[in-house]
Design a protein around this ligand. Sequence first.
Ligand code: FMN
Length: 162
Amino acid sequence: MPIYNQVLIIYGSETGNTERAAEIMSHVLNQHDEITAETISAADLRVEEKLKNATAVLMGASTWDHGLPQDDFKLFMEEVPQALIEPLEVGIFGFGDPDGFPEAFCGATDEIRRWLKAANATVVGDNLRLGGDADELRQDLETFALKFVGVSNDLDPTHVIN
Ligand SMILES: Cc1cc2nc3c(=O)[nH]c(=O)nc-3n(C[C@H](O)[C@H](O)[C@H](O)COP(=O)(O)O)c2cc1C
């Protein structure tokens, strides 16, 4: 039995990589009968409405400007009421470039974690920090999403993130 039956995946993506990652995770979660997952951009005006009905949320952003979350996600962090964030149980993922920005690789994920803790939300597990193309990292994304909801990865039981 999964820990969560409904998962909202909120993403901030400039060129589509983190958006694609959100879709991959939503897809694998929706393959389970007991789980419903949906993705929404941090820039979507309906995001606050969705949060009102959410408990389990995956939040992801790419990193820009030497360690900052992508603009849509940054604005979302600045504008969403803390009361909507506090009750959430959140897993964090993000994309960056470890070669181009070794000192700030996936810094957005650290920013998101700090922000969630300051809002008294519950952060679940370690940040997933990825460099590269979402489709090529499908297995890491699927394993992360399945681990978040507490079900094992049927596709490759040996590939588990600890
Ligand atoms: C101008 C520019 C600045 C960037 N800054 C960072 C950075 O500070 N840290 C990092 O890890 N990646 C950085 N990146 C890499 C992006 O985060 C990476 O390409 C990511 O996959 C983009 O995802 P998106 O399409 O979801 O926005 C930068 C890329 C560009 C083009």
